[in-house]
Design a protein around this ligand. Sequence first.
Ligand code: NDP
Ligand code: HSE
Length: 580
Amino acid sequence: MLEHPLSVLKFGSSVLKSEDDLPVAALEIYRELRKGHRVVAVVSAFADTTDRLLQRARQNFDAPQEASLARLLATGETVSATSLGMLLDDAGVPNVVLDAFDIGLGTRGPVLDAEPDSLDVAALQQILRGVSVVVISGFAGRCGEGRPTLLGRGGSDLTALFIAHQLNARTCRLIKDVDGLYTDDPRGNASDAHRYRFASWSDALRVGGTLIQPKAIRYAQRHGIPFIVCAAGVGVGTKIGNGESKYETGQASRDPLRVGLAGLGTVGLGVYRWLVRRPEQFDVVTILVRDTNKERPGDVPTDLLTHDPRSFVDKPLDVVVELIGGTDTADFLVRHALAEGLRVVTANKALVGSTPAYLERTNGVTERLSFSAAVGGAVPVLERVSRLAQHLDIQQIDGVLNGTCNYVLDRLAEGCEFSHAVREAQDRGFAEEDPTLDLTGKDSAYKLAVTAAVAFGAILDPESIPCEGIDGLSTQEVQHAAQSGLALRLVARLTRTAHGWAARVAPTPLPKEDPLAQVRGEENVVVIRTRDGKTEVLHGKGAGRWPTTISVVADLLDLYRRRTAGAGGRVLTGAGSGEQ
Ligand code: NDP
Ligand code: HSE
């Protein structure tokens, strides 16, 4: 098992006003996962929930016990944390939701304004070994007698900094509705407010009191924990720590990216819905579909639809998001956009995997073409494998990379007919428009070709990858394997050889305890093995609307973040200085 740095992120009520804002948090979490970090996400209550709960308690009761008030107010954080966990479930990001009692967050001092003083570090570390994301409801604790307490108003900031300190996190970012700490509140009339690039403890205490809980700043100062205050999706922020304050000089473009969205099917509609919630970052200018007369959901602006690829690419765009699939029109769009100097984001593994020009690193195209969603859906396979490949000697990668086949195999094991199981996978939006690409193993072969190129610079011809699918299997064969204690999985394998990389795809019977056997339905899993015997297992949902949407929008947000990071394009992400 490889080591993973920990990022602690805190989402305040100003960012999470309602369930509609949860994708914002999910994307920030996902961004850390793509770097290979584990994440503790600390969550405040939605918008003004705490005030409303307090007001109702005061209206209805004369003298509630402080511990009862603490328990009542903490329900606000329980609702938002659990909701975030459920959104991550939909997006296929494995997570656990915990509260102050679960993590043994002990406090001392006044019940409603307590100081955190203990944490079950060993239990949290153990949980983080098994799951990449832990969502924690902030603000609350428990006193020595085991009763509920609160860390004071704005106390989720303190929860985050306390956990970051106790777990020795690499990064602690407090995510707010402003992009850093200013000399004056930029949301008010102070048009001459300057943003700090770096703020000393004393400046943070002097000007940051309404943005960051002062008690939390003092805690961080006492324990020497630098942290970042920033907005979601923006490439800048203010680092707070030891040292002299510095102001930001210059301002990078904050204009939204003009997006041309090609495809409004399973994935395209999900991407559209997440983009329109961030109008300050994305402006969907035009949408390409096959049939403009088809009935669309009520939230789709039909005046943006076109079926003409030429008029689509002729619109003033910054980025083309290709989600139509196939290799004809899709290739026209991608080539045209790249030739025009635009950025392109695609989930099309058939197109990317079969086009060396899109995979070769030497031609300058790869910097403008992003395709994280082409492999693994919400599982950040390409990001993780390529990062590991930079400093480890990877020998083999085994993956279950096709959600449709995995879903079908599970259903066959349950006794379902093959054709019926395939139809179910199509109805759920996992299967390709032509499901033979899934069932014959071809889709997995494309994904291996993309992985080999991105991680190792090896260009494999997917047509030459030995490939056996699940299309020859019957319900009886899969059930027979299950009765013998084996699970059949479509395994895609990349192996280092003396001459480069070899790939193959084949249905494989596996003991039930094998990590490849343990994925269910549309989940994907990847097992990475290094020469010195270390392994890393990545898993999550690999197909479907939301797992693919999170990956596509994460690529888009990376583009926006770079645009907003200024001339150097350096994105402030870590407690260190401006790491990428
Ligand atoms: P869908 O079939 O659900 O949607 C395709 C969309 O593209 C539809 O809106 C369709 O228009 C439009 N379209 C198709 N062909 C053309 C064309 N020639 N010209 C203009 N518009 C066209 O596909 P998905 O959303 O499932 O998949 C999209 C891409 O994402 C594919 O490359 C797929 O491999 C990839 N992908 C899909 C995943 C999934 O789980 N579904 C996961 C990972 C990647 P209309 O609405 O009018 O029919
Ligand atoms: N058809 C693909 C699958 C979509 O089922 O895995 C995700 O790439």
